[in-house]
Design a binder for this molecule. Structure first.
Ligand SMILES: [Mg+2]
Length: 222
């Protein structure tokens, strides 16, 4: 716990994929498979090259989409529809514990995702937690300036009309928490380890976020 004076929290920003549901369910693996298929069949990149290209796009641009837009001027909506054309029921189902945990968090809840809102809506609906979120800020809202581009975080703060200090961000990617921390947000890493400079709390699963927040908010007089 950092010993600093912080104004009361107002918002909690949740990443979507592999934050609200566990990596082990295999959904992102299926999405990555669709991304690779898109690169081969829609863009015409040789199959032997796509994996390496995707990794380098992720490193350079944060997402394969942004790399493909930069290098091949692809239609992002075409890409997003293709890569998310997956039967979610094969991977996810209703999560009453997540529903309860979200219900107990007394902050305004936002989804902040590098995916598109259609995918986000489908995931939230199948988890049966959609009503908790007052807004979904997706890749199209961000004008494809995705996390970890600092512009994405600035867009979120401008949209919400609050300074970073009033936000908590929950994410499975340590890299995506760095700009959040830089902008004054309190950061919670789910399911991993990251640079301590950017991570205020690290928890093994999304279900551990509730107890951590409860302590944090109590200390802040919520
Ligand atoms: Mg994620």
């Amino acid at each position: 716990m950092k010993n600093r004076a912080t104004p009361s929290f107002e918002y909690i920003l949740f990443d979507l994929d592999e934050t609200l549901y566990p990596r082990e369910c295999g959904l992102m693996t299926a999405i990555v498979e669709r991304i690779l298929q898109f690169m081969v069949h829609k863009v015409g990149i040789p199959a032997d090259d796509v994996l390496e290209k995707k990794l380098s796009y992720n490193q350079q641009h944060g997402t394969a989409l942004r790399g493909l837009m930069h290098e091949y001027q692809i239609d992002p909506l075409d890409y997003l529809a293709f890569v998310h054309d997956i039967n979610l029921a094969d991977f996810l189902g209703a999560s009453p514990p997540l529903n309860q945990m979200l219900y107990d968090i007394p902050l305004r809840k936002i989804i902040f995702t590098n995916a598109d809102h259609l995918h986000a809506e489908r995931v939230l609906n199948i988890l049966q937690v959609r009503p908790h979120f007052e807004q979904i800020i997706d890749i199209t809202n961000l004008n494809y300036k995705n996390k970890p581009d600092p512009l994405a975080y600035q867009y979120v703060l401008d949209t919400l009309g609050v300074p970073g200090e009033r936000c908590i961000m929950v994410e499975d990617s340590p890299r995506n928490l760095l700009p959040a921390k830089d902008m004054g947000m309190t950061t919670v890493l789910v399911g991993g380890n990251g640079p301590s400079i950017a991570i205020d709390y690290a928890v093994p699963t999304i279900f551990h976020v509730g107890p951590v927040l409860k302590n944090l908010l109590m200390r802040q007089g919520h």
